[in-house]
Design a protein. Structure first.
Length: 146
């Protein structure tokens, strides 16, 4: 009995070494999402190129005022890289703008995330490509009027 208990304890202690650390995966997912939002905030398109997959599928729903209808805004990877190179070029995004990352789930190959940013709420799917987390899908909308 003591031998079985010792084996079980050893498995619990060394399992993270054998199967990877969930904290490392969470940090890598969070880093990809922060590259995305900070790439736009800091006018750093290279951060988009690092964190977003070229097959990106992105669509957003934006409006200027609560009374306005939403406009559908599709975007490609190339369009996002271009946007990141100019969106905040005039420094309109305030210091301390939101960049809250809510991780819903991380599996071994995919992850589901919510990002609260200056422009609105993004729901993202990430996938692992060659061992690196990349954003592949984004559905977003402007902040709703409260």
């Amino acid at each position: 009995m003591a031998r079985r208990l010792s084996i079980c304890l050893a498995l619990l202690l060394f399992a993270p070494l054998a199967f990877g650390d969930g904290a490392d995966e969470e940090a890598a997912v969070r880093a990809a999402v922060l590259d995305y939002v900070e790439g736009v905030y800091e006018v750093a398109p290279e951060r988009i190129e690092r964190s977003v997959h070229p097959k990106l599928a992105k669509v957003g729903y934006a409006r200027r005022k609560a009374a306005d209808p939403y406009r559908e805004i599709p975007m490609t990877f190339e369009g996002l890289v271009k946007l990141a190179g100019s969106y905040n070029a005039d420094g309109e995004i305030p210091e301390g703008a939101p960049k809250e990352v809510v991780i819903y789930e991380i599996l071994d190959q995919t992850a589901s995330i919510k990002l609260i940013a200056e422009w609105g709420i993004d729901y993202m799917h990430l996938a692992k490509f060659d061992g690196k987390w990349k954003i592949i899908n984004v559905l977003w909308q402007s902040h709703p009027e409260e």
